[in-house]
Design a protein around this ligand. Structure first.
Ligand SMILES: Nc1ncnc2c1ncn2[C@@H]1O[C@H](COP(=O)(O)OP(=O)(O)OP(=O)(O)O)[C@@H](O)[C@H]1O
Ligand SMILES: [Mg+2]
Length: 236
């Protein structure tokens, strides 16, 4: 469904991604794990075309999407849940959700989409008129997830959904990710919480210093002492 080939991304002179290749099969969850500063956010932001791509090629559903705009990607069914949620904190919950369906194709399903999100997160239904910035961190993450789902994505890019959340809330967020996946959405999951990420994925990549340093089945990576020692400490 998604294939990235030999991607290079620079910030000025500094190469943040070097020759990154990965694939995501139809209906899969693939995770990209790695330490702070590895280039994980750079990778999803480049995929979402929020950053320019110097070299490399990205294919989605058999189409070369390397040069498409973020709007065109939204029309193809690619949505991003960005690192740190990036809500419009002075707008209400519902206004934030509505921003997810600004494209005409998604707009047609606005009411159905809102019903779906409120069924998934009843607390957001109760708080639909609350200013988003006054929600708890976990509730804000629900809004960020809901906003992306309003676009009716086929592929969801999720950047560090567990960031800054308590363990119990992290578990709930991962349950939600599993439910979204079960509904037929493919997911590229970026996480520092390697144990959680590997537990829901069918394919895993380890990114370090802008390069893929290991890849394979989650079980294989989990059992590799070398990888555990280098990247996960006692995390697994
Ligand atoms: N706008 C920018 N300008 C210059 N350098 C940047 C910029 N954004 C990120 N970088 C650098 O690129 C590298 C990768 O950053 P990135 O945010 O992609 O890492 P990350 O893996 O997402 O880290 P984290 O786990 O902390 O979110 C880092 O060295 C970072 O300092
Ligand atoms: Mg990041």
């Amino acid at each position: 469904m998604l294939s990235i080939e030999n991607l290079d991304v620079y910030y000025g002179e500094a190469r943040a991604l070097a020759n990154v290749s990965l694939t995501l099969g139809d209906g899969e969850i693939a995770c990209v794990i790695g330490p702070n500063g590895a280039g994980k956010t750079t990778l999803v932001n480049a995929l979402a075309r929020l950053l320019p791509i110097q070299t490399g090629r990205i294919q989605f559903d058999g189409e070369d999407i390397t040069r498409l705009t973020p709007q065109e990607l939204a029309d193809r069914g690619i949505a991003l849940i960005p690192e740190g949620r990036r809500l419009f904190t002075t707008m209400t919950v519902e206004e934030n959700l509505e921003l997810g369906c600004y494209r005409p194709a998604a707009r047609m399903h606005r009411t159905q989409g809102l019903d779906q999100i409120y069924a998934m997160f009843p607390i957001l239904s109760e708080r639909r008129w609350q200013i988003a910035g006054t929600l708890s961190g976990g509730q804000q993450q629900m809004v960020a997830i809901g906003r992306a789902l309003m676009a009716r994505p086929k592929l969801l890019l999720i950047d560090e959904p567990s960031l800054g959340l308590a363990p119990l809330i992290i578990t709930q967020v991962f349950e939600t990710i599993k439910a979204i996946h079960a509904s037929g959405v493919s997911i590229l999951l970026i996480e520092q919480n390697a144990a959680k990420a590997l537990s829901v994925s069918q394919r895993a990549y380890v990114l370090d210093c802008g390069a893929i340093v290991a890849q394979g089945a989650p079980e294989t990576l989990r059992q590799s002492h070398e990888i555990n020692a280098a990247y996960f400490g006692h995390g697994l």
